[in-house]
Design a protein. Structure first.
Length: 235
């Protein structure tokens, strides 16, 4: 990943991918710091951005600053990402004025699924004006880039053309300045969950399942360990 990608996002989706949570709402600061530290150890060149988890910034700019500073100091991340548009503009302005780079996130914001009614496409019809206003607001507030999630391609293209900062698409448009996918989805580690916007570049989940089944079969049949896998008296 570090060799090929310009930015590595330590997303709060880690709660669903690695911890089996049903949404990102149960992800904690401690979880993000732990995973951020692990990812940072494997990076040399890519910019690491880390998600601010639900409940760590919505109370106000001061709370957001404390937790953003904690995330960056504790992990070595170069920036934080937070969800929300116009309602988060003041917080973004506060953070960037205090040397904390912010990647914004508008459109479908997974931390707000209980308000949005699920993982639905945002910005269709008259709702396009709201998403556009959100994107413009976070850019004006000082965000250095903005994630556009699950919005119509025409809207994503319009926002990309209107903004001076890079747009990062996920379920948006190939016209965005960059793209982001959950690496586990891209590598095909899950077979039962496949959003429309995911392209699988491998089927590692199928390969892993077959390997585990083969291992278990060899153990039960006493084919493993074989003579070449055990030690003699003289070794």
């Amino acid at each position: 990943v570090d060799a090929e990608c310009d930015v590595v996002l330590v997303g709060d989706s880690v709660g669903m991918v690695l911890h089996g949570l049903q949404s990102t709402l149960g992800v904690t600061m401690e979880m993000m710091i732990l995973h951020g530290q692990a990812v940072a150890r494997g990076l040399e060149r890519a910019l690491m951005v880390i998600d601010m988890p639900f409940g760590s910034y919505e109370e106000g700019p001061e709370q957001a600053f404390r937790n953003a500073a904690r995330l960056m100091a504790g992990t070595g991340a170069g920036a934080v990402k937070l969800e929300g548009g116009e309602s988060m503009a003041e917080t973004i302005r506060f953070l960037t004025a205090r040397s904390i780079p912010v990647m914004a996130h508008v459109g479908l914001t997974p931390q707000a699924i209980n308000v949005l009614g699920g993982y639905k496409v945002q910005g269709r019809g008259a709702d396009a004006d709201r998403v556009l206003a959100d994107a413009c607001a976070v850019a004006a507030a000082g965000a250095f880039s903005v994630v556009l999630e699950k919005v119509p391609a025409t809207l994503a293209d319009r926002i990309t053309a209107d903004l001076a900062i890079p747009t990062i698409g996920i379920g948006a448009s190939s016209g965005c300045d960059g793209q982001v996918l959950v690496v586990d989805d891209m590598l095909g580690l899950f077979s039962e969950f496949r959003p429309k916007f995911v392209r699988r570049y491998a089927a590692l989940g199928d390969g892993a399942a077959a390997a585990i089944a083969a291992y278990a079969g060899d153990v039960r049949a006493r084919r493993f360990p074989a003579p070449e896998h055990v030690f003699g008296d003289g070794e």
